[in-house]
Design a protein. Structure first.
Length: 361
């Protein structure tokens, strides 16, 4: 009788395995990154070293307990009703926690896992259908033509633009945005993005995140989220994410405490402003504050690869027509850059992009 430290129903690329060694040999031929992770996963140590993405600071390595990673996998399975024989696709880099956890979920819950390289359109030339997939927004955007192959999809790593969100509304696939970080072993909360069951659901309720099992949330004096999750962390996790607590198991995300712009005494949240601006700006962009003698900080807009036919004046005209923006939330200047600096997980590195934009000649 087979006795392995992974679920008896686990499959990778349609293949079953009778031993860890058999799985390692196969994974080495499939992907060096998968092999490297599995080799560490099955060693005698109780912890594993994981890299953070570097989206909110310099990338760093942290240690996670394997049993906590398993607990996270179980919570995801319970929340989404994804148990043994779930068909899933791994299309994220295994270098980082999101990719690693797709493997851990499959090993723990007995999923049938396929792997493709983390390209921008992972469903291209793929004839299989899947119960569950995790993607970043760029992958989702590029996969819409084939998205009917997926029943449930979680998207994270970057905000979902209003333009993309609108495209999801008439699709049968269930989409969820995730909230989490490496320290919380991926998501601890999710927000439904489409297929709302109730027509009387208030508009603001569509912005609420619901927490997963065995999670408690609260706020500190900065209005930043505190996470208590004894099954995935030994300590309280104090974040820099400003939130509104809706109930004991729901919250809405406002923005990062460390990205607040103080302009003339008015506190501006870049993430909130960017969500509104996405209705009229299609290129990648972000807003930031730069030093100003009168205001303290001046709100500016930085746009990547701007259409040469669009002038700053035309963009300002569109911005001024947005009724959702207060006068304080309207950028004072617009800058164009050829290409944003990105983190290893393809998120915009705002600090380095600004450094390059304003570096001395």
């Amino acid at each position: 009788m087979r006795n392995t430290p992974f679920h008896i129903n686990f499959k990778l690329q349609g293949k079953t395995f009778n031993s860890v060694n058999e799985l390692l040999i196969f994974s080495k031929e499939l992907s060096e990154d998968i092999f490297t992770f599995l080799e560490l996963w099955f060693n005698e140590k109780d912890i594993i070293e994981v890299k953070t993405s570097g989206s909110t600071g310099a990338p760093k390595s942290i240690l996670l307990k394997k049993k906590y990673m398993i607990n996270s996998a179980l919570a995801t399975g319970k929340f989404f009703n994804l148990f043994e024989n779930t068909k899933a696709l791994l299309c994220l880099p295994v270098d980082f926690i999101a990719g690693k956890m797709m493997l851990v979920r499959a090993l723990t819950l007995g999923w049938k896992l396929d792997f493709v390289a983390p390209i921008s359109n992972p469903l291209k030339n793929n004839v299989n259908t899947y119960d569950f997939v995790a993607m970043v927004p760029l992958q989702l955007e590029n996969s819409l033509a084939d998205i009917s192959k997926i029943k449930k999809l979680i998207v994270g790593g970057a905000p979902v633009s209003n333009e993309l969100l609108n495209k999801l509304q008439k699709i049968d696939t269930d989409f969820f945005a995730t909230y989490g970080m490496t320290e919380t072993i991926t998501h601890i909360a999710v927000k439904k993005l489409n297929n709302f069951k109730s027509d009387i659901l208030r508009e603001e309720e569509k912005d609420y995140y619901s927490i997963l099992p065995n999670i408690k949330i609260s706020k500190d004096e900065r209005d930043c989220l505190i996470i208590e999750a004894p099954k995935i962390s030994d300590q309280k996790i104090i974040t820099n994410d400003i939130v509104n607590l809706i109930s004991e198991d729901k919250f809405s995300w406002i923005g990062r405490f460390d990205s607040i712009i103080n302009s003339g005494g008015v506190k501006l949240h870049p993430e909130e402003i960017e969500a509104k601006l996405s209705n009229c700006i299609k290129n990648d962009f972000f807003v930031a504050g730069i030093k100003d003698d009168k205001l303290g900080e001046r709100l500016i807009l930085i746009i990547e690869n701007s259409d040469k036919n669009r002038s700053k004046e035309s963009i300002f005209n569109q911005i001024n027509k947005l009724e959702t923006l207060s006068k304080y939330q309207k950028p004072k200047e617009i800058y164009f850059v050829k290409e944003f600096v990105k983190t290893p997980t393809e998120k915009i590195n705002r600090k380095e992009t600004l450094n390059q934009l304003f570096k001395a000649p």
